[in-house]
Design a protein around this ligand. Structure first.
Ligand code: MN
Length: 430
């Protein structure tokens, strides 16, 4: 693991920016102090923020039409980890990696654990994959996995999820995330209730294999690959399944998995209220499940979600402590740059939500003062908290400007020598 960014390069890159940062930080500190907020307290909170990087996000994504990989792309989980190490070294808020099995399966999990330890990385949620058939698979998932009409296919999917728990234990993970593409493409193709019953029956078997300190996160998605109906289509089906399974089962919110204009922050509030918010997959969306970079289109929505999260954090809401993770597809950018940008974007929403005047907001809500309640949120959202984010990174040994430092390091060109293009598929999603 020699491909990490040199600490001296980060320090050098920071030295040119330090004076301006201090000036901006002091100016913001004066403004916040007027509002009764200590900027240093907020910076300390910002330093605790963590969001996991998905292992699959380190490679160039694609559509079903094509994929255009860049140079020096990681070819296996060890190289993906190296890239995650770079992201965390510069960003200082992404110390966890979320693997996807069997894509990231290795023969020796101790070796993988050693590699992550060496890079100061930990493991987040384990993602199972029953949305495609593996080369040697006897019972297909073509007509679904956990809800398939074939018991053999269902058992294959159950066994894979239980194996994921076993691998996850080796990595000290404590969460299994289950997303299935099961559903139907034609009206009448599937009996809705029977299919959901089969799904729940399968999930109960997996739930039964969860260690006591684990959670199972259920991810809903409106459509694709099933374009008419999907078994866990929305947060309603999701929370029903989670409630049916038990307290270790919770719902996961992927921002791209809702119909356009759905009020996601209210869904988040509902899940928090009933102790069912397991975690997030952050990304942004214009039309559907676009998997655009987090905060690139709807930063206010992302802020409003964090307004709910910070509210729950301050109220010490029972059962609250969701996992944060990015889940995006980088089609035209360097994935490392997109992931650093996105981690900072989500962190920005967290910090902006921290400076909301909650006492004033509560008063305006009680008094039905809609304009002032809205303005209270807008005031926090429009305050540029960039100096806090940069200071938090700098104090933790990261880069004031992560992308500038990354480009200066010429990382891709360096690793490209050790990572020759394998000439793999350039067709779309594979
Ligand atoms: Mn997702």
């Amino acid at each position: 693991m020699t491909a990490r960014i040199d600490k001296a390069l980060i320090a050098d890159s920071n030295s040119a920016l330090e004076t301006a940062l201090q000036e901006d930080y002091d100016a913001l500190g004066v403004k916040l102090a007027r509002e009764g907020i200590s900027i240093d307290d907020i910076t300390e909170k910002a330093k605790t923020f963590q969001i996991a990087v998905p292992s699959w996000g380190t490679g160039t994504g694609g559509t079903r039409f094509a994929r255009f990989p860049g140079i020096g792309e990681p070819r296996n989980i060890f190289e993906k980890l190296e890239d995650c190490g770079v992201i965390n070294d510069l960003s200082q808020c992404t110390e966890r990696v979320s693997p996807h099995f069997p894509w990231d399966k290795v023969d020796d999990f101790k070796e993988l654990r050693g590699a992550s330890d060496e890079l100061n990385l930990k493991w987040d949620s384990i993602n199972s994959n029953t949305f495609q058939d593996q080369p040697d698979q006897k019972h297909s998932f073509k007509y679904g996995s956990l809800s398939n009409t074939s018991k053999d296919s269902r058992d294959t999917a159950i066994a894979h999820n239980i194996e994921c728990i076993k691998w996850g234990k080796e990595l000290d993970s404590t969460t299994l995330t289950v997303w299935v593409g099961d559903g139907s493409n034609h009206p009448g193709q599937q009996h809705f209730q029977h299919a959901f019953e089969r799904y729940l029956e399968s999930m109960k078997e997996i739930y039964g294999a969860l260690p006591a300190d684990w959670e199972m996160h259920i991810e809903h998605k409106m459509f694709e690959p099933a374009f008419y109906s999907t078994i866990i289509q929305d947060w309603g089906s999701n929370i029903l399944a989670a409630m049916e399974l038990g307290p270790q089962a919770k719902s996961l919110v992927d921002l791209g998995h809702h119909a356009p204009n759905v009020n996601i922050e209210m869904i988040v509030s509902r899940l928090i209220q009933f102790k069912k918010l397991g975690g997030f997959h952050f990304n942004d969306s214009k039309y559907g499940d676009d998997d655009l970079d987090s905060g690139s289109l709807h930063p206010y929505q992302q802020f409003l979600i964090f307004n709910e999260l910070v509210d729950a954090e301050y109220r010490n809401q029972e059962g609250f402590g969701p996992n944060y993770m990015l889940d995006q597809s980088h089609n035209v950018t360097d994935p490392i740059e997109s992931l650093m940008n996105s981690a900072a974007s989500v962190q920005r929403s967290y910090v902006s939500a921290l400076i909301v005047d909650r006492k004033a907001l509560s008063g305006y809500q009680e008094g039905n003062d809609a304009i002032m309640a809205s303005n209270t949120l807008k005031s926090a959202f429009t305050t540029d908290v960039s100096p806090i984010l940069a200071m938090a990174r700098k104090q933790k040994g990261g880069a004031i400007d992560p992308i500038a430092a990354y480009r200066k390091a010429d990382y891709r060109a360096t690793v490209a020598k050790d990572r020759p293009d394998l000439g793999g598929s350039r067709s779309g999603i594979v």
